[in-house]
Write a protein that binds this ligand. Structure first.
Ligand SMILES: [Zn+2]
Ligand SMILES: [Zn+2]
Length: 253
């Protein structure tokens, strides 16, 4: 397949990357001493809700020591062992649900609930592979597709790994795209490299104008009427860096 018609839309990020970039921005608000995670719930190509990880509203921030487990893990990580108040407190993957922090995905579901917006048929974009709890909650919230960016070992227990696979397969319904890692970090950076500080920005904007003239409004109308799930992606994404590099090279030329 010739990728050119698609890649003519230089600077137009694919929907999956678009929403993942938003999820990554959302993650910057995380109030947790652990990983900063961001989640975006999308239905019909519209954002339903967002969430990042941290302590519940009205509680002291995890970053300020509001979560015992996270704080002690932080002390352990930074070698301040003598300051750990509860040395026997569990700190492993199995203890993941034994902390006061609410995960990004759960916060996205709950934000929708508080606003009275249903989550059936949504796609969940999340910066990290969901944990066991969030994955089962996603299924139960009616999420039909999960896309994540960073690999993360959800659990080490073989039984839980098996159950996790069942949840993933349930989501996939024979289509791998319904539970998948978007791409490698480095590849994602290439797709979202256009920032206000990008020295090639002017060139890229020029290319966008040219591209929209080339593709015309019909392409745009077709694309915007399709849900995120059905939007075509760059072919053979493992090699998709190549066309993007090519388009960037064009911008620089
Ligand atoms: Zn915590
Ligand atoms: Zn989780």
């Amino acid at each position: 397949m010739n990728p050119l018609p698609y890649l003519k839309r230089v600077g137009q990020v694919q929907w999956d990357h678009y929403y993942m970039a938003i999820a990554r921005t959302v993650s910057q608000r995380a109030n947790c001493t652990g990983s900063k995670v961001g989640a975006v719930l999308v239905r019909g190509n519209r954002i339903v809700s967002t969430g990042f990880n941290g302590t519940p509203e009205g509680f002291q921030n995890c970053l300020d020591g509001g979560c015992v487990r996270c704080w002690e893990r932080y002390l352990r990580k930074t070698g301040r062992h003598s300051e750990i108040p509860h040395p026997a407190f569990p700190d492993d993957a199995k203890a993941l649900d034994l902390c006061i922090c609410v995960h990004a995905e759960a916060n996205a579901f709950l934000a929708a609930a508080r606003a009275g917006i249903h989550t059936d048929g949504t796609t969940l974009y999340v910066t990290h592979r969901p944990c066991f709890v969030c994955l089962k909650e996603a299924v139960q919230a009616g999420v039909v597709r999960v896309v994540y960016l960073n690999e993360w070992r959800a659990t080490d227990h073989p039984v839980l790994i098996q159950m996790y696979k069942l949840l993933a397969e349930h989501l996939r319904r024979n289509d791998q795209r319904n539970f998948e890692r978007l791409c490698a970090q480095s590849e994602f950076a290439q797709f979202t490299a256009v920032t206000p500080k990008d020295p090639n920005l002017d060139d890229v904007i020029g290319s966008v104008g040219e591209a929209s003239m080339l593709t015309g409004p019909i392409d745009d109308a077709v694309e915007s009427s399709e849900p995120a799930v059905n939007v075509p992606r760059a072919p053979k994404r493992s090699k998709a860096g190549a066309p993007v590099r090519a388009s960037k090279a064009k911008g620089r030329a």
